[in-house]
Design a protein around this ligand. Structure first.
Ligand code: GDP
Ligand code: MG
Length: 310
């Protein structure tokens, strides 16, 4: 008999834009969480599952921790904090840049509060999960700088592991994996071996389209953009109808572009990526609709899947 099977839930947390989604994709080897150079693109808890030799790691990509300004912002924070309390390991990720230390202090303080061991339904956990510090983007920073950062963070909190890596290039990603395997508790195989995410295909498709919209749009629009999709399976192909919601008439014009050029560009690049992901031909139709203040509209939030996850 070999060693016992290990498994557990791992929350990936940190400020917006530090590379949480990139790390999740790197670890699970699939494009699940969307990546963008604009902060706060990940709105929901997205699970990626990695099953390896004798272990299964279930990742929760938490949105950046920030002060909520709208109802959508509120959901994001609740999701982020709930994930911390439920997890077996917390990966706190930041950039290997000394300038970030002050900005991270508020999150580090959360690791010290007993409330971290409390589930949303009030059950107290007896033990706080181990917290790993991941210093990301080492491809961008010098070694002495990284060592300097390690020294600073080490004095702020007793991290169980400190792991410098690059989620982008993959450098030392295996170091993180080894640490994860080491700290995972004994547990069941929660998901079948070939399982990658619990997100329905529909959600992944809408996230890819939203990612492309963010990529091509100007800065003032992205946070007001949501995508709803309808998927009809056909033999060997799928028909996808996507509606891009925005908040203003003027935004609608920008998203569509001159003679529909921008919408076409969004649709084309999304289609290629969705086809790669699904290994399936798709016919993608896109529409743009104005829905004022959807970010403060409970019904819209639920329709678009931003409410409480079941
Ligand atoms: P999140 O908001 O924390 O989920 O961050 P993302 O994963 O969306 O990444 C934000 C930006 O940082 C994207 O442009 C990524 O390509 C970039 N990024 C992520 N990891 C690395 C890294 O290791 N090195 C470099 N140079 N860029 C990275
Ligand atoms: Mg993200």
């Amino acid at each position: 008999m070999g060693e016992a099977f290990r498994s557990g839930f791992i929350a990936i947390t940190g400020r917006p834009n530090v590379g949480k989604s990139t790390l999740l994709n790197r670890l699970t080897g699939e494009k699940i969480a969307i990546v963008s150079s604009k902060p706060q693109t990940t709105r929901n808890r997205i699970q990626g599952v990695l099953t390896g030799d004798g272990f299964q790691a279930i990742f929760i990509d938490t949105p950046g921790i920030h002060e909520p300004k709208t109802k959508l912002g509120g959901f994001m924070v609740i999701n982020a904090e709930g994930a911390l309390g439920e997890s077996d390991i917390i990966i706190f990720i930041t950039e290997a840049d000394i300038k970030n230390f002050e900005k991270d202090a508020r999150i580090i303080a959360r690791f010290k509060t007993p409330a971290l061991g409390e589930n949303p339904d009030g059950n107290k956990k007896t033990k706080s999960p181990p917290v790993f510090l991941v210093l990301n983007k080492i491809d961008k920073f010098s070694k002495p700088e990284t060592l300097n950062v390690i020294e600073k963070y080490k004095n702020a909190f007793p991290f169980s592991e400190i792991i410098p890596l690059s989620a982008l290039t993959g450098e030392n990603a295996d170091g993180l994996l080894a640490a994860i395997k080491h700290y995972l508790p004994e547990g069941p195989r929660y998901f079948p071996d070939d399982y990658i995410t619990d997100r329905p295909e529909k959600f992944i498709i809408s996230e890819i389209i939203r990612e492309k919209a963010l990529l091509y749009l100007q800065d003032e629009i992205p946070h007001g953009v949501a995508v709803e999709v309808e998927v009809k399976e056909k033999k060997g192909s799928s028909e996808v109808n996507a509606t891009i919601f925005c908040e203003k008439d003027s935004h609608k014009g920008i998203i569509i572009g001159k003679n529909g050029a921008l919408l076409k560009k969004i649709g084309q690049s999304a289609r290629v990526e969705i086809e790669n992901l699904l290994g399936n031909k798709i016919f993608l139709q896109t529409w743009v609709k104005v829905k004022k203040n959807w970010r403060d509209d409970d019904f819209m939030l639920r329709t678009l899947g931003y409410g409480k996850q079941g």
